[in-house]
Design a binder for this molecule. Structure first.
Ligand SMILES: NC(=[NH2+])NCCC[C@H](N)C(=O)O
Ligand SMILES: [Mn+2]
Ligand SMILES: [Mn+2]
Length: 304
């Protein structure tokens, strides 16, 4: 990575049920992000945090969608628009945007800011979850479980320009590490043209092969790639500090090799985000520290 990296924190927790991910950006900074990047030879600056309204001062049902179907829709839209503006400005400055969550709903904003109308942007979504629910299928009403569907303009998101990002086409989107999918969400994934690699694909084929194929899909014929790293992608024994842990995730080594493969595509890498770190549920900040290590691997840190 030869560009200067600009860190943008988004202390967002309106898209998830369990409070605490709003402290993710602090925990990640405290976990040594700047040192990890500097020791990788990356020039980085901290762009601070984007303001997020407090849930106590917000109305979860004020978004104009049927009650409960997409909680804090209006606030999520406002935060995502600000994230998109900041990511876009970062790219215009010639810097690389590294967005820290916060819950995964912020991915809608990151992608809106990273995409260009006349281009195709590939996406790799490292996650236990599909985040492919729509307001019509969601069992929880939590937007962090809908972000990828929102970007692709599915269901009620089709007429919401702040979310639907046409530069992201289904055939250039890959989910890696899937192991927890809701019923309606499963149908949407199956009907779509995205590629979803489950944990059994990783078990049978090995992480390196699966990740290499994912990178191929996200970069072949696209003008750039966004990497979204949900820390619940890892097994909870490695990453306990996440709001929606699911057993059976990737190991520490598998996660590093995946990020090292990402680094090999640094020419195509346009933006990256790391989300869902919840320090309240963590053990001595180890999930945030692991996240910092993984970001360093994605930016080229090697043992030798
Ligand atoms: N980004 C996440 N951690 N997403 C979890 C989503 C969980 C569940 N599928 C839901 O829609 O509520
Ligand atoms: Mn997610
Ligand atoms: Mn997840």
């Amino acid at each position: 990575m030869d560009k200067q990296v600009r860190v943008l924190g988004v202390p967002m927790d309106l898209g998830a049920d369990r409070r605490g991910v709003d402290m993710g950006p602090s925990a990640i900074r405290y976990g040594g992000l700047a040192d990890q990047l500097t020791s990788t030879g990356i020039d980085c600056i901290d762009g601070g945090d984007i303001a997020v309204p407090r849930p106590e001062e917000s109305d979860p049902d004020a978004g104009g969608l049927p009650s409960g179907r997409a909680k804090f829709f209006r606030e999520t839209k406002e935060v995502c628009e600000d994230v998109a503006t900041a990511v876009n400005a970062t790219l215009m400055e010639g810097q690389f945007p590294l967005v820290l969550g916060g819950d995964h709903s912020i991915g809608i904003g990151t992608l809106a800011g990273a995409a260009r109308d006349d281009e195709e942007l590939g996406v790799i979504w490292f996650d236990a979850h599909g985040d492919f629910n729509t307001p019509e299928t969601t069992p929880s009403g939590n937007i962090h479980g809908m972000s990828l569907a929102a970007v692709l303009g599915l269901g009620a998101f089709s007429d919401h320009e702040w979310a639907h990002t046409p530069a992201v086409s289904e055939e250039n989107v890959v989910i890696v590490g899937l192991r927890d999918v809701d019923d309606g969400e499963r149908r949407l994934i199956e009907e779509s043209e995205i590629t979803a690699y489950t944990m059994s694909d990783i078990d049978t084929r090995g992480a390196p092969e699966v990740v290499a194929e994912a990178l191929e899909i996200a970069t072949d014929g696209t003008d750039g790639m966004h990497v979204s790293l949900d820390l619940d992608w890892l097994d909870p024994t490695e990453a306990p500090g996440v709001g929606t842990p699911v057993r059976g995730g990737v190991s520490y080594r598998e996660a590093h090799i995946a990020m090292e493969y990402v680094a090999e595509h640094h020419d195509q890498l346009r933006s990256m985000e790391m989300v869902e770190v919840n320090p309240i549920l963590d053990e001595h900040n180890r999930t945030a520290e692991l996240g910092c290590e993984l970001v360093a691997s994605a930016f080229g840190k090697r043992v030798l």
